[in-house]
Design a protein around this ligand. Structure first.
Ligand SMILES: O=C[C@H](O)COP(=O)(O)O
Length: 259
């Protein structure tokens, strides 16, 4: 089946709310200036929590087709969990996507596959799409165990997710050695693991379900390399970090199909 490509810009801990508003406005303007075909890809920005309300205001006010989401979510809906933000709160802000299990959260906050799975489940329960991240470090890659490592992460994260919910998720494969390093995986590297992810989803659910789930690649994606990566059959989009902080560059990435 034809899966609509998804280009998601993860701003990480960058841009205050004024800078965020500016970036979204510039992105929308640039896409419209280039007659962007909104059916060619879903365009999503993932700001820090503090900018989401401002992004909501400009997106809704200007009736933009850009969607937005959050970089993390609590597994709790409310209560005494200082510093956390819940799925219902994010849904109320109009978020459509929640990134869960980014390698930076796994590394700095010790997030396990089980926790990542729970976060995906609360996002789904609140009516949002989790972008479930996975990926291996350099040591694992050098040992040639990257496929087994990612397959285990997928099995762990999806353990509590029903078939009905699984088709509403997005997976992002991000080899840690390619994040923010300028060292992009080759299209063949990306395809090898994205294909293995889809095969795992087919094994866990069904071939039909796996065929519906979008699998993204992330790690030093730029306008100059996105088309080659997107040409691979199991790569359905990109989770973009650094290059999503510049409106023109992210617009070019979103317009990868409009050569
Ligand atoms: O979430 C995005 C990824 O971590 C990729 O970041 P990057 O494009 O800066 O390498």
């Amino acid at each position: 089946m034809a899966r609509t490509p998804l280009m998601a810009g993860n701003w990480k801990m960058n841009l205050d709310y004024l800078e965020g508003i500016h970036l979204v406005q510039q992105l929308d303007l640039d896409l419209r200036d280039h007659n962007f075909d909104w059916s060619s890809a879903d365009v999503v920005v993932i700001p820090p929590f503090t900018s989401i309300r401002s992004v909501q205001t400009v997106v809704e006010g200007d009736e933009m087709k850009i969607a937005y989401g959050a970089q993390d979510v609590s597994v709790h809906d409310n209560g005494a969990y200082t510093g956390e933000v819940s799925a219902p709160m994010l849904k109320k802000l109009g978020c459509s996507y929640i990134v869960v299990g980014h390698s930076e959260r796994r590394e700095y906050h010790n997030e396990s596959d089980e926790l990542v799975g729970k976060k995906a489940q609360v996002a789904l329960a609140a009516g949002m799409t989790p972008i479930i991240c996975c990926g291996e470090g350099l040591d694992v890659r050098k040992a040639g165990e990257h496929v087994a490592h990612v397959v285990a992460q997928i099995k762990g994260a999806f353990a509590g997710i029903s078939a009905e919910d699984a088709v509403k998720t997005v997976v992002a494969y991000e080899p840690i050695w390619a994040i923010g390093t300028g060292e992009v995986a080759t299209p063949e590297d990306a395809q090898e693991v994205c294909e293995a992810i889809r095969a795992t989803l087919a094994e866990l659910y069904s071939a039909e379900a796996a065929d519906q789930i979008r699998v993204l690649y992330g790690g030093s994606v730029k306008s100059s390399n996105v088309a080659d990566i997107m040409a691979k059959p199991d790569v359905d989009g990109a989770l973009v970090g650094g290059a999503s902080l510049k409106a023109e560059e992210f617009s070019k990435i979103a317009r990868f199909a409009q050569a």
